[in-house]
Design a protein around this ligand. Structure first.
Ligand SMILES: Cc1cc2nc3c(=O)[nH]c(=O)nc-3n(C[C@H](O)[C@H](O)[C@H](O)COP(=O)(O)OP(=O)(O)OC[C@H]3O[C@@H](n4cnc5c(N)ncnc54)[C@H](O)[C@@H]3O)c2cc1C
Length: 423
């Protein structure tokens, strides 16, 4: 790989997600050479993927070029590359564009969709982990509306207008709310020849309640908000099979649907090569110490979703959400400089800033350490935090404009089938 040689220690970062980007910002213009690698040339703001899927936002407002993030970092380089293997004995990585040596390696590869070994659902369900997958979902929803409009069969129309979302975590809940808004505000206007009552949205959750990682207050409120929007919530329900039309669950509940969106879980996205003890196989996460050093290696680190750091407060590791990734990225930036200068590194202590989920217009739930609330104020807080967390001023302005426009007009402007989805 063509990277200028220098006398500076080389830090290679695999992954430009929340963890990798925050790390590379911390290392900017320090006495190190940084090489940031990602298989996409942009950073994805995953919390808003569901708005791309449901036609609320264009994809380029939630993605940001990685080269733009590091453009002022004089000793940093970006390469569009997928890392295939780590050869730790030679301090080298192998990618699809060649190999590269490192002094320090940081793995920040995040997660991928977990289908829990169910091949039928993997083949026929729709994951929502990347921008292109979110665009596929958007196309499929709109294509199914079009197909529903032309079929003469009542049964077929029902299947085209029946949307099944599996997984009642924040992603599933938010997506269900957004699709319900399509039913309530877009379908009656754009498709006046269709009966909006024919459209149904089912949210399937294996646990006893949706948002099971949040408080009971948040779950209860979310279920109230969802049913007010017309979403049918099925708790203690596992989807067991899906052939592209027929949905089978662990209970008597069966239905036909042309769209099944899988938001039921993720698993780590490790890179081949490190010794077996470094990886907790069940979760596909690297075991790291309190400095994010991967077990058994002095110069290899893992941060963000892919890292499993067991602490007293988090015996099963930190939650796989943005804040631990951001905080670990920032701390590791300082720690690597300390390590290079033979100074003592600081252990990672997670500062939990709370959790939240939105369920459509004016409705959200927020859990803070000492305060839990829901409704309009929570929705406002949710919007403000997500807007400020987006990378890039332009993206913030575009998203704010879109949200304001959508709010005033009860509209979702991005309902375009740009790249049709083929099942
Ligand atoms: C739909 C969805 C909604 C979410 N909503 C929320 C939310 O509301 N709040 C919240 O806090 N968290 C949310 N999360 C979780 C949050 O996005 C993750 O916790 C966070 O992105 C983790 O950051 P990371 O840097 O560890 O990994 P990621 O952000 O996933 O970044 C990993 C990067 O590594 C790259 N990569 C992976 N493998 C390779 C390879 N072999 N070679 C090169 N590059 C590679 C990927 O392209 C990617 O850019 C959501 C996640 C999803 C999928």
């Amino acid at each position: 790989m063509n990277i200028p040689t220098s006398n500076l220690p080389r830090i290679v970062i695999i992954g430009g997600g929340f963890a990798g980007v925050n790390l590379s910002k911390k290392l900017a213009n320090k006495n190190v050479q940084v090489v940031l690698l990602d298989k996409h040339n942009y950073h994805t703001f995953q919390p808003l993927l569901y708005q791309v899927s449901s036609s609320g936002l264009e994809p380029d407002s939630i993605a940001y070029p990685l080269r733009k993030i590091i453009k002022k970092h004089k000793t940093s380089f970006f390469r569009l590359a997928e890392v295939k293997e780590i050869v730790a004995e030679r301090n080298e990585i192998i990618t699809d564009i060649g190999s590269l040596s490192y002094d320090y390696l940081v793995i920040a590869t995040g997660t991928k969709t977990n289908f829990f070994g169910n091949q039928a659902i993997k083949a026929n369900g729709m994951p929502m982990k990347t921008v292109s997958q979110a665009l596929d979902i958007r196309s499929l929803i709109l294509q199914n509306f079009e197909k529903a409009a032309i079929t003469n069969s009542k049964e077929e129309r029902k299947a085209f207008l029946n949307f099944v979302i599996v997984g009642g975590g924040p992603t599933g809940v938010e997506l269900a709310g957004a699709i319900a808004e399509l039913k309530n505000h877009i379908l009656p206007r754009d498709y006046h020849d269709l009966n909006a009552d024919d459209m149904s949205i089912h949210l399937m959750e294996g646990n006893e309640r949706v948002l099971s990682a949040m408080s009971e207050h948040a779950s209860k409120k979310a279920e109230e908000f969802l049913s007010a929007l017309g979403v049918k919530v099925h708790c203690k329900t596992f989807v067991e099979d899906y052939d592209g039309v027929n949905v089978t669950t662990n209970s008597d509940l069966k239905m036909q649907s042309e769209t099944l969106i899988w938001a039921a879980g993720v698993t780590g996205a490790p890179v081949k090569g490190l010794h077996a003890e470094a990886l907790v196989e069940k979760m596909n996460r690297y075991t790291v110490n309190h400095y994010n050093q991967v077990e058994g290696y002095k110069n290899i680190f893992a941060i963000g979703d892919i890292a499993l750091m067991k602490t007293e407060g988090y015996p099963k590791g930190h939650p796989q959400v943005a804040q631990p990734a951001i905080q670990q990225g920032k701390l590791l930036g300082n720690n690597l400089i300390k390590l290079i200068n033979n100074k003592k590194m600081k252990p990672f202590i997670y500062k939990d800033k709370g959790s939240m989920a939105t369920i459509g217009r004016n409705k959200a739930v927020v859990d803070l350490k000492h305060y839990k609330f829901g409704g309009f104020f929570a929705w406002f807080v949710w919007m403000f935090i997500h807007l400020m967390s987006l990378v890039g001023f332009r993206n913030r302005v575009i998203v704010l404009f879109n949200w304001s426009y959508n709010y005033i007009n009860f509209d979702k402007a991005a309902r375009l089938i740009i790249r049709p989805f083929k099942k």
